[in-house]
Design a protein around this ligand. Structure first.
Ligand SMILES: Cc1cc2nc3c(=O)[nH]c(=O)nc-3n(C[C@H](O)[C@H](O)[C@H](O)COP(=O)(O)O)c2cc1C
Length: 219
């Protein structure tokens, strides 16, 4: 199985990225991870975790019970608490955002696809306009030019014409635009139910069968 590239940028919704990372690793996917500086700030504010962008390790995502975050409401279901204990057999490869020597900066490095989750409007704009000023942009452009799967998970509201235009441009270029827009028809009870709704749709796109999705029509 080829690895998956996961890029985390500075849009709200770090918890989506943590849950996705957990599922990828626990379904034996090797993950090449890149985190933007703005994403580290969002992690700090939303989840109370401090990410060291120079020396990232999974234990930095450990759940902290005193963040005061709404995510604390149900620690036993918190992705942050389970990522460490999950029976992970996929390997994590972390790349610094300025490391253009990383394999994922080249089309010759084969992958199953790339997910940008969550994706800020800033990164979305860079991608739509061909900018390549960090490893996340570069790896995304590689996926587009090689006609590999690129899943972009934007988060912003409301959306300007510029945002909408950038999404259209990327969609025309072959990317899948999968907004962090959970549905409510599965009767969610916790925030984690809402997070999982979005993450499971990403897994569907990657053809990852984790068997947990309540599918419409199954009942
Ligand atoms: C707490 C916080 C939440 C943010 N939420 C969003 C958001 O939901 N969507 C967005 O496009 N930008 C958001 N931003 C702004 C981006 O982080 C900012 O535009 C940044 O330059 C994006 O850089 P990046 O794409 O390299 O991560 C947020 C910033 C902070 C500090």
């Amino acid at each position: 199985m080829k690895p998956i590239v996961l890029a985390i940028t500075g849009a709200s919704g770090s918890i989506y990225a943590v849950r996705l990372l957990e599922i990828l690793l626990s379904t034996n996917r090797d993950v090449h991870l890149v985190i933007s500086q703005a994403a580290a700030e969002v992690f700090r504010r939303e989840l109370g975790v401090k990410i060291d962008l120079k020396n990232f390790s999974l234990d930095q995502l450990q759940f902290s019970p005193d963040t005061g975050s709404a995510l604390d409401e149900s620690p036993e279901q918190n992705a942050l608490s389970s990522i460490i204990s999950s029976d992970s057999s996929g390997k994590l490869h972390y790349h610094s955002i300025n490391d253009y020597s990383a394999g994922i900066a080249s089309g010759s490095f084969l992958t199953e696809g790339m997910v940008i989750c969550p994706c800020s409007m800033g990164s979305l704009s860079a991608l739509a306009n061909g900018l390549s000023s960090n490893l996340i942009h570069r790896a995304a452009h590689v996926h587009l030019k090689e006609r590999r799967k690129l899943i972009v998970v934007p988060r912003e509201t409301p959306l300007s014409n510029i945002h909408l235009g950038n999404m259209k441009t990327l969609s025309d270029a072959g990317a899948v635009i999968l907004p962090a827009m959970p549905g409510f028809y599965h009767n969610p009870v916790t925030i984690h139910d809402l997070v999982d709704f979005v993450v499971y749709r990403i897994c569907d796109q990657l053809d990852i069968k984790q068997g947990l999705i309540p599918r419409w029509g199954d009942r």
